[in-house]
Design a protein around this ligand. Structure first.
Ligand code: GDP
Ligand code: MG
Length: 338
């Protein structure tokens, strides 16, 4: 198995300086490639789950999936800036002012490898190498994990790699962000049903609604006259799309019923276009000075919504702890190999 060697030059050069001067790297949780090609190096991720500071915490895992080159890692890297400004990690307790979470407007964007990154990232599930800590005023303490995925709908990936990546990340996460361009399409719903069925099969969860929060994030939304950017416009759009109507074929109706019953909650959020530079300039380094201000505002709104009411990951209705999640990951990997 190809594993991340901490002494590699490429790994070291990826060490990033975060907003508060912290360093962390992305860590490959699972490689998903080819027939029975799910490889997992538990040693690489062990300390992310077994750190004694995490012992009494419940887990939150935010994941993103979707087609290649659609700004997933770009958005996740801004999410990391937001998190570093708002939450301590197991390695650092100092925070900067959350009001300036965006950091310097000219700071190049680092974190998960995104388009401007030079090296190839292997297909699979990638965790951020810092765990964020949140102690809510009421309720249990939380440990927040951030997960990026690579390879879904990628030309080089086979159909089974695609659904493996979707299914495994849905099983592991408490919030699955499905990153989509422009509009929702019928075939995306069908894909979602297919991959969800697959995941349900592997899950040990016997409840009727085995998955938690599905968040459909639509990028470059351009029908803003009809539905406004953000969560309210998104949910209005989604409800219209998911509505069951007489003229729909039984197949179209059943995919809608299936999805509603598979997730506790499905939300939709509409993002504006980020501007020409972000979308087309090959030399663009991710600095926010060059992002349309609408996009920056909506990104802020998105993160606030996402992290305001965090719920822990549950399996069979019980919240789980980091060490338990590691055990579940092990068992998912085993069941996907068969
Ligand atoms: P990923 O493969 O989905 O992770 O995509 P990346 O995060 O690597 O970004 C791919 C390209 O899309 C980069 O050139 C980004 O600058 C650009 N990009 C980022 N966000 C957006 C967006 O919301 N809309 C458009 N059109 N491009 C974006
Ligand atoms: Mg990416």
């Amino acid at each position: 198995a190809k594993e991340i060697n901490q002494n590699n030059y490429s790994t070291r050069s990826r060490l990033i300086k975060c907003v508060q001067g912290q360093t962390a790297t992305p860590v490959q949780l699972l490689h998903v490639e080819g027939q029975s090609g799910i490889t997992y190096n538990e040693n690489v991720v062990r300390n992310l789950f077994l750190d004694p500071q995490l012992k009494d915490r419940q887990v939150v895992v935010i994941s993103i999936v979707g087609a290649f080159r659609k700004g997933k890692s770009f958005l996740m890297n801004y999410m990391l800036r937001y998190l570093y400004a708002n939450y301590p990690t197991t390695k650092s307790k100092t925070l900067i002012n959350p009001d300036c979470w965006l950091g310097d407007e000219n700071e190049p964007l680092t974190g998960f490898t995104w388009r401007s990154g030079v090296e190839r990232v292997t297909k699979g599930l990638i965790l951020w190498g810092d765990v964020f800590l949140y102690d809510p005023p009421k309720g249990e303490k939380l440990a927040i994990y951030i997960m990026d995925t690579q390879g879904l709908f990628d030309h080089h990936a086979t159909a089974s790699d695609n659904s493996n990546i979707f299914s495994l990340s849905t099983l592991i996460s408490s919030v699955q962000i499905m990153n989509i361009f422009n509009i929702l399409q019928e075939n995306q719903l069908q894909y979602l049903q297919f991959a969800t069925e697959f995941a349900r099969y592997a899950s040990s969860d016997s409840e009727t609604s085995p998955f938690q929060n599905l968040l459909i994030l639509i990028r470059d939304w351009n029908s803003v006259d009809e539905y406004k950017y953000g969560l309210r416009g998104g949910n209005a759009y989604l409800n219209t799309f998911l509505e069951i109507q007489d003229f729909q074929s039984p197949e179209l109706q059943s995919v809608r019923r299936y999805l509603r019953s598979s997730f506790d909650k499905i939300d939709c959020f509409l993002m504006p276009h980020p501007g020409k530079k972000v979308a087309t300039d090959k030399t663009y380094d991710g600095r926010w000075k060059d992002i349309d201000s609408d996009f920056v505002d909506l990104m802020s709104e998105f993160f606030e919504y996402l992290f305001k009411k965090m719920k822990p990951k549950t399996i069979n209705n019980a919240p789980i702890k980091p060490d338990e999640l590691l055990i579940f990951i092990n068992s998912y990997v085993e069941s996907f190999k068969n």
